[in-house]
Design a protein around this ligand. Sequence first.
Ligand code: BGC
Length: 758
Amino acid sequence: MLKNTFSAILIIGLVMVGSSAIMAKGDDISNKVEDLISRMTLEEKVGQLQQYSTRWEMTGPVPDGKVAQEMHKNIKDGLAGSMLNIAGAEATRKAQEMAVNNSRLGIPMIFGYDVVHGYKTIFPIPLAAAASWDVEAVKTSARVAAKEAAADGLHWTFAPMVDISRDARWGRVMEGAGEDPYLGSVMAKAQVEGFQGGDLTDETTIAACAKHFAAYGFVEGGRDYNIADIGESTLRNVVLPPCKACSDAGVATFMNSFNEVDGIPATGNAHLLRDILKGEWGFDGFVVSDWASIDEMRFHGVAANKSEAALLAITAGSDMDMEGHCYFPNLIGMVEKGEVDEALIDDAVRRILTIKFRLGLFDDPYRYCNQNVEEVFLSAEHLEKARDVARKSIVLLKNENQLLPLSKENKKIAVIGDLADDKDTPLGNWRGRGGRNMAVSLLEGLQNAVENKSLVTFEQGPVFAENLPQFGTLVQINETDRTGLTEAVEAAKDADVVVLALGENCFQSGEARSQSEIGLKGLQQELLEAVCAVNKNVVVVLMNGRPMAISWMAEHVSAIVESWHLGSEAGNAIADVLFGDYNPSGKLPMSFPRTVGQCPIYYNHKNTGRPAENEEDYMFTTRYVDEKVSPLFSFGYGLSYTTFDYSGLELSNRDITKGDTLKVAVNLKNTGEMDGTEVVQLYIRDLVGSVTRPVKELKNFKKVFLKSGETKKIEFELTVEDLTFYSKKGVWEAEPGEFHLWVGTNSSEGLQSQFYLK
Ligand code: BGC
């Protein structure tokens, strides 16, 4: 019955697209794959579509003992294609031996793991790394993570997460690159290149997985696992570009998402998976479901049982079942009864085997279990790279009266706050196999940096949160115990400058960590106000996995340093910035709201029929009556210890036509005392379109280093291709008309010009 709802044409089409895309590679992998498929039984084929988790580190319902027994039997019988959450050269070797030595065809398994921002050496969370606007830095993070993961027997990471997110309430914003499709695409590509390198058979590279396909970042109300209710224009123009960038960069796999998109769960969404991903983009890797997302289609209410869920998912193009236990064994019987076309199974198996061949697993199934991890894990080189990426990820939000950088001599620095000596929080959520309490804390970083250690004192203040919450439990935040508050205030009184650590525990953001309030929690606001009452020189170091609503802080403290969750070397990197050994250059990849009620808030919004031009505007415009419409800190914002002046914006032409390249030039001068790096940002606005267009869109950026007093001419090239969008006709095209263009230091400031596309 369900089967009839999918057209035979689609099925024939998809098999052709799938196989022809692979065959077109012209290598002998496709011949080997076809040969293997021809020797596989139906049961073995369906077994390849099954992915099992080990029984630890899980993010969904735990399989019971029966499932574990079934898993072992199936691995031996060659009926398991993959495992996740298994790691370690020894463990992976054992599991691989189980599959290869016992099964009829000896097909190796592929081992996946969430290697999101480091494996042992932990790098900044992806949102932070995106704040570096530094492609090489982001690539390096992924490269090092891949080296360490591969040395530990892993073949495949479930990263990058490329979900565009506009709502800071969503806990998973920490895993992505923020709100902008252009920056998101650049960062997505850099991560794929970093993880995969140029050659998947290289023992130091791993297959990447672009996730979540699609629109998971648009969960309603920022509530995890909720529905996403967006139309085709937002899907194509905002959500999909980073996914497309991954596909173009040759990402090996995609993961679908938990959410529905306009009534159809992404896992069973043929439009997303068949039409767009595998059809229009010609993606020839495989799609893994998210954890149990095939089975969850029963709860979405589109499948009555596991078999119906399996049919929906396989038909739509989900190739591997992660812990849903729907495909195996249900699809076997369904093919036998004629309810599922075997060509669908072959298509999925073909894709999975192809990636296994590309990884070289058929040449040596143990190739990733042979390295000396001691030489690779947490090496001095990796830690140095982690420190470098970390300091590039820091964003200076405020610096009144040049309180920063701090002097390393003769000034008494009171370091205050529970997070300041927390060695775990900087590692962030999704920290691979980074051990607990392994980060350099802020306090340690500051002490490492000064010769006279007695200048840096520490008061914890009230406990903020339980330091090490158990996996899968909520962070317990202290709301009542004020022990330590008086001592903290005394220390603040006595100091020349206070460095106050505030923000979020590492497990306040991440999966299943959505929040309805995103301000300071617990007793942090009270501590902040008490400290500010006795000392005017307060530097807040924020540690957090999402934009926070910090209006009071922004008004009352002299300096705010956004340090996110920066990884293993956090404290050293923050000290580099606080003492001016590194001049901060990060820029926000996500807008900071004034209050949570402004969420979702993003710079590239639409104009609407009643735009609110300014905060005091006419009442019947798109504004709040009790709050401004602008963010507290906008996308692209971030200060430096020096100042930059933009002048002389020039366009090579006022009119351009198809095939032309518009040259844009601006003079950038470092007008301050220190050498520094600026991220020069280019935005456009397409004034009239067949569908409404954003008020601004980032189209390019350049990171430029200038010595104090130096001027450079910064040049960009804009092609007509850069002006294209998914139009009313349902195609990517640039429409003629007037465009505005800005070049500047963030999304709300810049020199402006205009041009016409004829
Ligand atoms: C998450 C995925 C992750 C998977 C495996 C799911 O809950 O949504 O992003 O890759 O678990 O750990």
